[in-house]
Design a protein around this ligand. Sequence first.
Ligand SMILES: Nc1ncnc2c1ncn2[C@@H]1O[C@H](COP(=O)(O)OP(=O)(O)OP(=O)(O)O)[C@@H](O)[C@H]1O
Ligand SMILES: [Mg+2]
Length: 225
Amino acid sequence: MSTSIGRVERVVYLGAEALVAEGEFLGYRAVFKLRVGKPYRIPELDREIVKRRTVHEARTLEALREKGVSVPRLLFVDPLAGLIVMEKVEGVVLRDVLERLDREEACRSMVSLGEEVGKMHKHGVAHGDVTTTNAILRPDGTVCLLDLGLSKRVEDIEDVAVDVHLLVRVLESSHHSVKEEMLRCFLEGYRRVLEEDRVREVMKKVSEIRMRGRYVEERRLGRIA
Ligand SMILES: Nc1ncnc2c1ncn2[C@@H]1O[C@H](COP(=O)(O)OP(=O)(O)OP(=O)(O)O)[C@@H](O)[C@H]1O
Ligand SMILES: [Mg+2]
């Protein structure tokens, strides 16, 4: 696609919910995120969901940016088409490099991730999908958060604990060899933003969620009645 204000050059990602392409928009290097519907949903409902998520992601990008959280700049949104155009963040997806960086650099990137997630939580927003795939490591060593479609207003401490819990699981499954150290670095950044008491409360809830998860798993495996 090419118009006078923008040009899509290549698809970089095709997920279950969205197609992401790179190109140019208003002279900026841009990313085009097009939410695609689900064929099994009733069409009207499908359109409504796509519209709602697109608006939600666009508004969240703007709101967080205003509060100083590192997220891509929003350039354009078309809710009916399910399209968001945003600044292309230069750098690499954290997941792809975390284990290849030297320990200090890896730690610094996780500290930065902890700071950004901490800022979100401080402003009462839970990310909803904190993974190393939804984080870009910029050349200057700072991290930019992506994929805010599942974010929500924090109503309960559980909402923020779920963010940390998911990250712990991602470290365990995708970055096993460095998981403990990377969690420590993440928490170092998280603590720079949030009060120690709050962090303690969050981590207590994370342990609770983990216990619950283990209990459910043990039951599933029939080890407990
Ligand atoms: N602004 C951006 N700058 C650079 N790369 C981006 C940007 N937005 C997305 N990407 C790339 O595209 C990938 C997918 O984007 P994103 O995570 O937003 O979509 P998704 O996971 O399909 O979203 P959803 O969970 O809402 O379906 C990212 O992991 C990243 O590699
Ligand atoms: Mg994603």
